[in-house]
Design a protein around this ligand. Sequence first.
Ligand code: SF4
Ligand code: ZN
Ligand code: ZN
Length: 344
Amino acid sequence: MKCKICGGKAVAEASPEKCLALCAPCYVDWFPRFIAETIRKFRMFAAQDRLLVAVSGGKDSLAVWEVLCRLGYAAEGLHVNLSIGAEHGYSSASQRHCEELAARLGKALHVVDLKQRHQLEIGDFLDMKDRPVCSCCGTFKRHFMNAVAVERGADVLVTGHNMDDECATLLGNVLRWDLHYLSRQAPVLPARTAGQLVRKVKPLCHLTERETTQYAILRGIPYVRAECPFSTGATTISGKHALDLLENRSPGTKRRFYDGYLKNSAVFRPPEAELEQAAAELSCVDCGMPSAHEVCGSCRLVRFMTERKAQGQTTGGRRRRRRAAAAVAAAAMQAALDTGPGAP
Ligand code: SF4
Ligand SMILES: [Zn+2]
Ligand SMILES: [Zn+2]
């Protein structure tokens, strides 16, 4: 196939609705232009805004950080280390990739370490009743991302959510008819409560996982390739598989699903004043961040687990280790199946 721009040999393809096959140099030029257009279209931020990019160590967040720096924005990085799969080095490898890219870009990387701050790791939350570990992980990440953005005086918090992530989240919210989350999913979430909830943006919202992976590989961006050991069985993964099936049968399905939601999402959204009031009601007595309760979700998790540990309720320790080992074994099995002789 020939490159649609220069006629050279195409090596990378954008998703079908973009009708684009490109050679390597044209692809790495096109990708930031597409992101710049998304930023402009959704009015995500201005040239002088200070950006904080939440980088997990995965391809998407690292690619968006690299692109924003290429586009000339003042963008620092933030990595939240939750000691995921500590025994297999998942979090340490993730942090190392973030540090490598930070050094290459010559930008500051701020690191929040749950273990250093609270002597806790995400594995401690594996045996919570009625609370999946991913939900605790999300609560911590959202909390630290906002808290550090406020601390550093950032105008905007950037995340690397791509269109596949957004579609999978949307599908999950629709399947549960979770009106609260359906009212809050958007490429731009404006700042609230006098800047204590920082503006959040997703510049990759119209790019697929495949498109971002191609860019990261072509630019030689170091990123962690292993899946999180706790991702096996995560509902967003099943949602992604279901959407891939539909996309293969009818190309463009994901884009239509996501854009259709964006066009109609106002029907789920309470009036602005109501949102503002809900967010502004309280400040967490522990951390001072805006909270719907006296103690915010993140501090509640810290309190709960710290107290449990202090009371010596570590009976879950053995069970936790067993569950962690089972999750790691399942991830290894999945990886073996994915790369086995029958794999594409
Ligand atoms: S799979 Fe779950 S635990 Fe792992 S990074 Fe994602 S949300 Fe966190
Ligand atoms: Zn070309
Ligand atoms: Zn708090």
